[in-house]
Design a binder for this molecule. Structure first.
Ligand SMILES: [Zn+2]
Length: 408
């Protein structure tokens, strides 16, 4: 199963020194910083997914492109822009349909999207689609209330299918160089199956199943089972925006050949406890935030509740003790006590000692063969600053990729 990683400008600075927390003064961010596929000997994903909404800047939040970056991407194409070189990475383009989910109609024309794919020189182009933000079981859809909600959903599905038809027609007429993916949008297992049947009739044999992000895995599974009844043998499915990759193993029997997900990266620093992946389980990263730049701590220091000097001392003591523990071993309970003392200053809402104890006891970083863990040692499980947190995300990409790559 191929794993496509959606780009949102996730880079790390190779000059960052984890002991001194300093960088090279000669660092030029856009030239020297590295993507995950540059940091590892082998890329930790099968391909990259580039969304028009992100590149155009219509997507709010992280990963935005500057005007200059956008122009460079469209001029150079994805392989040169992301410095892919001859690495075995494929590239996929889509519209980023979640960014316009509130609009009545997708804001891009098919022509416009095709031009974007041609400029980017991607390998797989996804048809223009419109997300349906709802899910009903087939039983609920048959009720009166279910029927009333259907009009809006039906319209969005019809828009998506019309645009897929237009996309494929233009693809054939202009003999475009990329492989087309038709998108199936639905609101129930039966409606997803109907969309896939229509797309196959149009001529698609690679079909992306959209709108799955908010769904429970049981609903996704029910939809895939329904799709499987109409799916032709040669039709492969792509799952867009998978939240929890651990359920993907159940999906492979239903023709899923690829998926994309940002979860492995984001969980490294957004999840409450599952921050560091291994093949068998997930571990909590150990929070040692900087005194400087920590808003909550700053407020307490200004209010005179905490002495800044004392906080800084405790912060450094935690870092030092963790590094020493990695090099020489030592008492886990003693280390946990120190971490808890600092935690009571910077957060204190929750005693994380049990989770931290598991991480320290098992030392998963010491046995991980990935480049990040070999280079960073215990720093990979320290929840602190973008350089550590993002690298932990890269490690999670590596674990995810190898899991699916191996079990093909
Ligand atoms: Zn690792």
């Amino acid at each position: 199963m191929k794993f496509f990683f959606p780009d949102s400008h996730d880079l790390v600075d190779p000059s960052f020194d984890f002991q001194t927390e300093t960088r090279s003064e000669h660092r030029i961010r856009h030239r020297n910083d590295q993507y995950a596929h540059e940091l590892f000997e082998q890329p930790p994903y099968s391909g990259m997914l580039v969304s028009k909404a992100i590149v155009d800047g219509t997507e709010k939040g992280a990963g935005k492109y500057t005007v200059a970056q956008r122009h460079r991407l469209l001029r150079q194409g994805v392989r040169e822009f992301f410095r892919i070189g001859d690495r075995p990475l494929e590239t996929m383009g889509d519209c980023g349909a979640f960014s316009y989910v509130r609009e009545e109609y997708p804001p891009y024309s098919v022509e416009e999207v095709i031009d974007f794919y041609l400029d980017c020189q991607i390998d797989y182009g996804v048809s223009v689609d419109h997300v349906i933000l709802a899910f009903q079981s087939d039983e609920a859809a048959a009720t009166e209330a279910g029927q009333a909600a259907l009009a809006g959903y039906r319209q969005r599905q019809a828009i998506t299918l019309d645009l897929a038809r237009e996309f494929l027609a233009l693809h054939k007429r202009r003999k475009l160089p990329f492989t087309p993916l038709g998108v199936a949008q639905g609101w129930s297992p039966a409606s997803y199956a109907a969309a896939v049947r229509d797309l196959q009739k149009m001529g698609y044999s690679y079909i992306g199943v959209g709108g799955l992000v908010p769904l429970q895995s049981a609903d996704i599974l029910a939809s895939l089972k329904a799709i499987d009844k109409v799916r032709r043998v040669k039709t492969g499915l792509h799952l867009f925006g998978v939240n929890r990759c651990e359920h993907l193993d159940e999906f492979r029997d239903f023709g899923v050949v690829s998926f994309d997900s940002t979860s492995p990266l984001l969980q490294a620093f957004k999840h409450d406890r599952d921050n560091y992946y291994t093949e068998s389980c997930k571990y909590s990263a150990i929070r040692v935030p900087q005194v400087e730049g920590n808003a909550k701590l700053g407020n307490r220091i200004r209010a005179g509740e905490i002495n800044q000097e004392a906080a800084r001392k405790l912060e450094l003591a935690c870092l030092k003790a963790l590094t020493r523990f990695d090099e020489q071993g030592g008492s886990v309970p003693q280390l946990l006590k120190l971490l808890r003392d600092y935690d009571l200053l910077h957060d204190g809402r929750k005693d994380r000692s049990e989770d931290y104890g598991r991480t320290l006891q098992d030392r998963p970083w010491a046995t991980c063969p990935c480049q990040v863990c070999r280079d960073l040692g215990i720093h990979v499980v320290i929840f602190r600053g973008a350089e550590r947190n993002r690298r932990r995300g890269f490690h999670n990409l590596y674990v995810t990729y190898h899991h699916f790559h191996k079990s093909v």
